[in-house]
Design a protein around this ligand. Structure first.
Ligand SMILES: *Cc1c(COP(=O)(O)O)cnc(C)c1O
Length: 340
């Protein structure tokens, strides 16, 4: 990328923003008599959380081999996506490129922020149509790799990073399930890159709402000053730290999920109702069946809930890899399906 000028991509109100300075910003020591934040002095969760999530960032920094200055922690990926629009996209003026079928929040958040969406569908190989993308002026683009709901890792993203004149967000929510390398390694090469990850999938903390963005220090500084001061509760920071402190449990769960993904794929393949299973680098399978709506409804009636993606990829169900028992139950239920 030639001549990257961050300021030219940032909304002027955000560039000029003086962030809220919290009590805990002005004095950040661990010990003292804290009479600065109007907290109740009694109780367990009476104190405001660390607005900069220092311990969590430190642990992530070690795990990912990335400087803390390149890490932003959001209240789920939702907050990260929202902040990206709020920082880079002027309502009613700037455009975002989205490549369906993909994660729905990129569109919803664009709509909330009144950012115009240019939809450039993935090709039949579920790859971004790079030439077409580069022919549109847009402030930012979201790509998801491995992609939800198609499950594949995208092949040609690097060309986007080199040639797209805006912010390239790569959502790596599912990267831990993939054998392919994360774009985190490329952070130093591309000042226009934001990599999103999350604690909601492989780390098993969807309930805690902890999303992460990795980017240049300049972009992270913008995200930090734009976020609500105490965006991550102390309870959620503690849970994410706890997960990071137990990498063996992470590896154990991951290996079961990967083994089960292979098992489920083999087992589903044999069913007459299954037409095609797309290769997956994620913790779900996109499965084309004979009649997605009918099979979805049948499964729900049997209390097995999968995601019906018929409206986005014809006759496809997106099936999350569960425990061995859950996967077995899904299969047993599917086997009993006698529809068309
Ligand atoms: C599940 C998922 C996320 C996670 O979102 P959180 O808000 O962090 O729970 C992000 N991106 C994609 C593509 C997902 O499928």
């Amino acid at each position: 990328m030639e001549k990257f000028d961050l300021e030219s991509l940032v909304r002027s109100n955000i560039w000029a923003l003086h962030p809220y300075s919290s009590a805990r910003d002005e004095f950040a020591g661990d010990e003292g008599i804290f009479l600065d934040a109007n907290e109740n002095p009694f109780g367990q969760n009476n104190r405001y959380p660390d607005p900069h999530q220092r311990l969590l960032k430190k642990a992530l920094s070690i795990r990912k081999q990335i400087a803390v200055e390149n890490i932003f922690i959001g209240n789920g990926s939702d907050e990260v996506i929202d902040l990206i629009y709020r920082i880079f996209c002027e309502p009613k003026r700037d455009k975002v490129i989205i490549c369906p079928p993909t994660y729905g929040m990129y569109e919803v958040s664009a709509n909330i922020n009144d950012v115009e969406i240019i939809r450039i569908p993935l090709t039949s190989q579920f790859e971004p149509d790079i030439d077409k993308i580069l022919s549109y002026p847009a402030r930012c683009i979201f790509v998801c790799s491995p992609n939800n709901p198609t499950g594949n890792s995208l092949q040609h993203v690097e060309r986007l990073l080199r040639e797209f004149h805006g912010i390239v967000v790569i959502d790596e929510a599912y990267i831990d399930f993939s054998a392919r390398k994360s774009f985190l390694e490329k952070l130093a090469d591309y000042p226009n890159l934001i990599v999103m990850q999350t604690f909601s999938k492989a780390w098993g903390l969807a309930g805690a709402r902890v999303g992460v963005a990795y980017a240049s220090e300049a972009i992270i500084t913008l995200m930090d000053k734009t976020k609500p001061p105490y965006n991550i509760s102390s309870l959620n920071q503690a849970e994410a730290l706890k997960a990071l402190s137990n990498p063996l449990e992470f590896e154990r769960q991951l290996s079961i999920i990967l083994e089960q993904r292979a098992w489920l794929e083999k087992a589903l393949e044999k069913l007459p109702v299954v037409r095609h299973i797309y290769p997956s680098d994620a913790n779900f399978l996109l499965v084309e069946v004979t009649d997605a709506n009918a099979i979805y409804q049948y499964l729900v009636d049997k209390k097995v809930v999968v995601r019906n993606r018929n409206s986005v990829v014809g006759n496809c169900l997106r099936i999350t890899v569960g425990t061995p028992e859950e996967n077995r139950a899904l299969l047993d239920t599917m086997v009993k399906w006698l529809g068309a």
